[in-house]
Design a binder for this molecule. Structure first.
Ligand code: NAP
Length: 253
């Protein structure tokens, strides 16, 4: 009897951090993992690190041409995608060397932020996710049990940030946190559209994890951070759609 064909997972921004760990964990579960990386050399390095189930794929989520070429490559080589993890994100687009923390906080406030900075962050964290999902949907529709995981953050929870006691409330701003609130809205919209086709779409918060995104100030390891996205990537037929969770359970939207 033929063995079940291996499931195919595409992870964006998988050349480092939580994305790389998600790739390692899915490869360990015998999935073929496509390591999305905007820099091809870093993608190859990451694929070599993950091992034989991994393939590097040049993919810049803000570049339509790159997304299209990636989709065409996957179509030719694999014919489908079973799991899409929209993981790539940035917390800011400008480096601000020599500035104080106060100046950096001020640069994210509605009253004083740069609209270019706002557009850059949303381009990656929100529009990039929609663009990649749209391009990959024909391939996801070739799967018998497609899953989409959007890697979000509890700092984007509008409910939590409406609670005066929420510890991160003072850091809520239109740049990174609001981009994750918008990503959550996209998750609900995708889940609603795709539920009749059996494509499950969920948002995961990895938790505060030591990565490049926060200058390695997080308190969790990447192994801990990858846990919830990986769980959602591997959901069985009875799994939910349209949820927002971390490894401790549901997060309010
Ligand atoms: P990271 O180490 O900085 O990794 C981010 C990845 O995204 C990198 O591979 C980066 O590529 C890639 N990326 C950025 N812009 C891209 C683009 N335009 N096209 C393709 N790839 C792009 O950060 P991380 O902490 O692992 O973040 C992973 C996810 O977890 C993000 O969605 C983040 O918002 C979320 N998250 C993280 C934390 C945390 O505490 N770390 C908490 C909550 C949520 P380069 O290497 O080329 O820059």
């Amino acid at each position: 009897m033929d063995a079940e064909p291996k499931r195919i997972a595409l992870i964006t921004g998988a050349n480092q951090g939580i994305g790389l760990q998600i790739a390692k964990d899915l490869a360990a579960q015998s999935l073929v993992v496509l390591i999305g990386s905007r820099n091809p050399v870093r993608g190859e390095d990451a694929a070599n690190l993950v091992g034989k189930n991994a393939h590097a794929l040049q993919l810049d989520v803000t570049d339509e041409g790159s997304i299209q070429l990636a989709a065409e490559h996957i179509q030719r080589r694999f014919g489908r995608i079973d799991v899409l993890v929209n993981n790539a994100a940035i917390s800011r687009s400008r480096q601000m060397p020599g500035t104080t923390l106060e100046e950096r906080i001020k640069s994210t406030r509605v009253s004083s932020l740069s609209l270019d900075e706002l557009r850059d962050v949303w381009e990656t964290n929100v529009f990039g996710v929609v663009a990649v999902t749209q391009a990959m949907l024909p391939l996801l529709r070739q799967s018998k049990a497609a899953r989409i995981v959007n890697v979000s953050s509890s700092v984007g929870s509008l409910t939590k940030n409406s609670d005066r006691d929420f510890i991160y409330r003072s850091t809520f701003n239109p740049v990174y946190p609001a981009s994750k609130a918008a990503l959550n809205a996209m998750t609900v919209a995708m889940a609603i559209e795709l539920e009749s086709e059996g494509i499950k779409v969920n948002a995961a918060c990895p938790g505060f994890t030591k990565t490049n995104l926060n200058n390695y100030s997080g308190t969790q390891t990447v192994e801990e951070g990858a846990r919830e996205p990986v769980r959602l990537a591997l959901l069985g037929p009875d799994g939910p759609t349209g949820t927002f969770t971390d490894s401790a359970g549901p997060i309010p939207w």
